[in-house]
Design a binder for this molecule. Structure first.
Ligand SMILES: O=C(O)CCC(=O)C(=O)O
Ligand SMILES: [Fe+2]
Length: 244
């Protein structure tokens, strides 16, 4: 889903550079306004989806995302450092820059990025396809908990971040993601019928991100059980995990 950002919303979507010092501290207010607006927009989307699916009362998606939580909803600011494997100092250059294939842990993700790099796994072509950074818009992903809560009626997108040219990225890439997550203790069932609380699923999946080969050799949890049958991709796999 691509979401149009109204012009009066904080102008952070088109930024292609942030430093961790002055840029960040001068942006705290902007980020808090952004979080509040993205949360409102996310709740509106949840409400429309609940109505479309005929959900009522406590089974509506909004009921699992009450404010104040507690919840693990969060804002992430990601930097993918530039690198060039063929450069003279290639040994010192960052390697394996990107984000490995995954589905998002929570309910909805509001993703802003002005630079290329995001790919999704097309269920139609069975290939990784680049998503053109949509100027003035956010990309919105359905995450695992919303997919499971909806009993599979809503699908999560398997996605990853890769350098545009395989070994080279000419500039740092930045993205901002607002992750709306269910209230702690909220329960859903995965595709095997196993019950999880939202926070247990979050913690388990972050363990998988850190150590996929030990905890999730088949990539089932990484991909929110979206790739049970169709893990055959054109273009091969890349193992990438480095952001800063
Ligand atoms: O940086 C991006 O464009 C995507 C980041 C992402 O998929 C994530 O943090 O879950
Ligand atoms: Fe993601």
């Amino acid at each position: 889903m691509v979401w149009h950002l109204p012009p009066q919303w904080p102008a952070i979507a088109s930024r292609t550079h942030f430093c961790s010092g002055c840029c960040f501290s001068s942006s705290v207010l902007i980020f808090s306004v952004a979080i509040s607006r993205w949360r409102s927009a996310s709740m509106m989307i949840l409400s429309r989806l609940s109505s479309q699916l005929g959900l009522t009362g406590a089974s509506r998606f909004e009921a699992h995302h009450a404010d104040p939580g507690p919840s693990l909803s969060t804002l992430g600011l990601l930097r993918y450092p530039k690198h060039d494997k063929s450069a003279a100092d290639a040994t010192a250059a960052p390697r394996n820059v990107g984000h490995n294939k995954h589905t998002d842990v929570g309910s909805l993700t509001f993703l802003l990025a002005a630079q290329w790099g995001l790919q999704y796994l097309s269920l139609t072509t069975k290939r990784w396809e680049f998503i053109e950074p949509p100027a003035g818009h956010a990309v919105i992903n359905v995450g695992d908990s919303l997919r499971f809560l909806s009993g599979g009626k809503l699908a999560s997108v398997v996605h990853r971040v890769v350098p545009l040219r395989r070994q080279t990225q000419d500039e740092d890439r930045y993205s901002i993601a607002y992750f709306l997550r269910m209230n702690d203790g909220g329960v859903f069932h995965d595709t095997t019928g196993k019950a999880w609380t939202a926070n247990d699923w979050h913690d388990f999946k972050f363990g998988v991100f850190k150590n996929p080969s030990a905890l999730d050799a088949k990539g089932r949890f990484l991909t929110g059980m979206m790739m049970e049958e169709s893990d055959k991709l054109e273009g091969g796999e890349v193992q990438i995990a480095v952001t800063a």
